[in-house]
Design a protein around this ligand. Structure first.
Ligand code: ATP
Ligand code: MG
Length: 566
């Protein structure tokens, strides 16, 4: 798996291995370059600005960007904003931010399909002049009826044989606003008997009296996707127009448009399978409902897999790049285990981030033989697996917070943490022996007591005896109180993603808010998106929306343990 993208190999078997590990898109590009179909590679990511990008789009972005980079070519970001009904500037901004954050550098090549409306109009006029397009007065319903289906051939529109002059005049009138929405359309004249329904005289322009976010009221006719998209690609000199499988049947129309519009060295379309993930919700329709019904707190709720949500949760661009690389490209749709994404972020943060102590479910431990009012500073390495992260000073004192689950009055077998008479190591500090506990009227433990052995200080070289358990702690007087948010998948795939009535089968435990957590003072001043390992609890990230200096909020990115093996 490691050499999926390993192409720079020098010679011999390495070179061969690199060639055979190329994905099918790379193989096609190699062939195009070898045969001189193209002499360069130019790709693009063409989002419609009608929502936030998600992990599936990240795959498309990194695939297109990666190919351009690999072949010394260029990568464009182009907004496919040809449908004025659903598009918003808010989405344009979020998409630009997300693409940049992912590391897909489009340099100065940020384009809007709506900037090509004039060219598209000219292409339509050219088609009319060539007798390849006609204005049709059938209603949308009639067009559908005439189109036929997989078993029935289509019937020709009664308007199909209008003269070029009449078509030119009517199309001009459509543009001038003479007709109401739906009254007339422009259709390509291809073949009503084609086995491919997309080729049965598809509509290429419609009337829509609607303001556009970029062009305002300039146009009242708008091109249809299947006509606009190939022209956008051709205008930008895209060579390989990479899209998802549902467009496979549209490819003959794509080729027809670039050919009949007489573009030189036209682009070609290559399809790959969409990325699906288990246990998450990617469809815009469902996410919108979750947002509108207040089940999640916005498009960037950390339980979602929009890019904004992953960023807020604490995912890094590197982890998503790794994920996309491991998933590879395929020609058949399949679902990828969410655990693979978790594996990638764990791997990415493992050596990069400091490991700190945080107590999520606190109970007090009082060390009765430690001097009252004394604080000593202990040097603790920031990451035992990466010395370059250095050390930090951690205050230690008589009163500590420990995890409630690290003490049991009556322990089960193989419990090596605190119970009366047992000795454990306090991480980076001393051995402490439990002497008992205090409880409230309900029998709930309120304070654990212990005594420490000053001889056993960490790093002092003490070898006198060994203990089986090590627990983490935070010194009470200097502890920083924080909120921690723990997440589970929002839907449980094994129990079924949807209920019988079509609504999402939501996991009621997808969010747990812990208000009384304590962290080391070294975490004071952590900024939005900063992430850390909280020892034994997982990786956490400062929430970019709700965290405040006087009331920090941490999101758990991922726990430490994984059921996933690569
Ligand atoms: P959605 O259906 O999730 O809203 P979309 O296809 O409507 O997605 P677009 O903005 O039209 O979103 O897509 C931009 C690009 O992203 C297209 O090239 C599309 O093929 C690609 N894309 C969308 N979803 C996925 C996915 N799950 N995996 C890979 N590529 C995707
Ligand atoms: Mg779409």
């Amino acid at each position: 798996m490691e050499n999926i993208n390993h192409t720079g190999a020098a010679a011999g078997t390495d070179q061969e291995a690199a060639e055979s590990s190329k994905n099918f898109i790379e193989q096609e590009i190699d062939q195009d370059l070898a045969e001189g179909v193209y002499n360069h590679v130019q790709t693009r990511f063409p989002p419609e600005p009608n929502g936030y990008l998600h992990i599936g789009h990240a795959k498309s972005i990194l695939l297109n960007y990666g190919l351009a980079k690999k072949y010394g070519g260029k990568f464009n970001l182009r907004f496919d904003d040809t449908n004025p009904t659903k598009e918003k500037t808010e989405f344009v901004e979020s998409i630009i931010e997300d693409v940049k954050w992912l590391g897909a550098d489009f340099e100065d090549r940020l384009f809007f399909a709506s900037d090509y409306f004039e060219t598209m109009y000219e292409c339509a006029v050219l088609l009319i002049k060539k007798g390849k397009a006609f204005v049709c007065d059938l209603s949308a319903e009639e067009i559908r009826e005439y189109r036929g289906d997989f078993t029935t051939p289509g019937r020709e529109s009664p308007y199909r044989n209008r003269s070029v002059e009449e078509n030119l005049r009517l199309f001009e009138e459509m543009k001038e606003g003479k007709y109401a929405d739906g009254e007339k359309v422009l259709r390509a004249k291809i073949d009503m008997t084609s086995p491919n329904i997309n080729m049965r005289d598809p509509v290429i322009y419609r009337v829509a009296h609607m303001a556009h976010h970029n062009t305002g009221d300039k146009w009242c006719i708008y091109p249809m996707y299947d006509f606009a998209h190939p022209i956008e690609d051709a205008v930008e000199h895209i060579t390989h127009s990479i899209c998802t499988l549902e467009f496979e049947d549209h490819r003959p129309l794509y080729d027809w448009v670039v050919r009949e519009c007489e573009f030189e060295n036209p682009p070609r379309q290559i399809e790959f399978a969409k990325l699906y993930l288990t246990n998450v919700v990617t469809g815009k329709r469902y996410i919108k409902k979750l947002v509108e019904n207040g089940i999640v707190d916005g498009w960037d709720d950390p339980r979602l897999v929009s890019i904004a949500a992953l960023r807020r949760r604490g995912y890094t661009p590197e982890s998503i790049q790794k994920f996309v690389e491991l998933v590879g490209v395929a020609k058949a749709n399949s679902s990828v285990d969410y655990a693979l994404l978790e594996y990638c972020i764990r791997e990415d943060l493992k050596l990069k981030r400091p490991r700190m102590m945080a107590v999520l479910d606190p109970v007090k431990l009082v060390i009765d033989n430690y001097p009252e009012g004394q604080t000593e500073m202990l040097s603790i390495p920031n990451n035992l697996e990466n010395e370059s992260l250095g050390e930090r000073q951690v205050p230690f004192s008589r009163e500590l917070y420990i995890e409630r689950e690290d003490f049991m009055e009556v322990p089960p077998k193989k419990y090596f943490r605190l119970f009366p008479g047992n000795e454990v190591r306090l991480m980076g500090a001393y051995f402490v022996t439990c002497t008992g506990c205090e409880k409230d009227a309900d029998g709930r433990v309120t304070v654990v007591h212990g005594i420490y052995d000053p001889e056993t200080k960490s790093g002092s070289g003490f070898t006198g005896r060994k203990v089986k358990g090590t627990i983490h702690w935070v010194s009470v007087p200097t502890a920083e109180k924080v909120e921690c948010r723990l997440y589970e998948n929002i839907v449980d795939e094994e129990k079924g993603k949807l209920n019988a009535d079509g609504t999402l089968n939501l996991n009621p435990n997808s969010l747990t808010v812990l208000k009384d957590c304590y962290v080391e003072p070294a975490l004071k001043g952590a900024k939005a998106y900063d992430s850390f390992q909280f020892m034994r609890s997982g990786y956490f990230c400062v929430d970019s929306r709700d965290s405040r200096p006087d009331a920090p909020v941490f999101n758990r990115i991922v726990s430490l343990k994984s059921s996933f093996k690569l």
